[in-house]
Design a protein around this ligand. Structure first.
Ligand SMILES: [Mg+2]
Length: 126
């Protein structure tokens, strides 16, 4: 991703997310989970079919946590809703860290882009 001109690497509030992501990955490795790793999708290459299937399963699990949050919302259970939102973030950070994706930097870059997109990104309803 190209870096927008306004981006300032000296002001990176999302940088702390990297330590959290590493901690999550280490916990999941210690617990025996088949975490993603850099070999699943090397930079500059397409993932091989088996690795792509593994990554797809990881995305499905992220989605399952979103669905669990929706069910908590439907049940009116705010405590469970908060827990499921945490699950979403944990799964996303685990996935990105395993692939050596610097999610803190990606978030900073995306926030910078979003901030420049204007009110409701040009008039979108949602
Ligand atoms: Mg859950």
């Amino acid at each position: 991703m190209n870096q927008p001109e306004k981006f300032n690497f000296n002001d990176r509030p999302a940088a702390g997310i990297e330590k959290l992501a590493r901690r999550i990955l280490n916990i999941n490795i210690a617990n025996g989970w088949d975490v993603t790793n850099a070999f699943d999708w090397p930079e500059g290459q397409r993932p091989k079919e088996e690795a792509a299937n593994k990554l797809a399963a990881k995305l499905a699990l992220i989605h399952s946590e979103v669905s669990e949050a929706l069910e908590a919302l439907r049940a009116g259970n705010r405590g469970n809703y908060a827990e499921e939102l945490a699950d979403v973030v944990i799964r996303v950070l685990d996935h990105a860290e395993g692939l050596n994706i610097d999610l803190g930097t990606e978030i900073e870059l995306k926030l910078e882009r979003n901030a420049s997109r204007g009110y409701r990104h040009g008039g979108k309803a949602l």
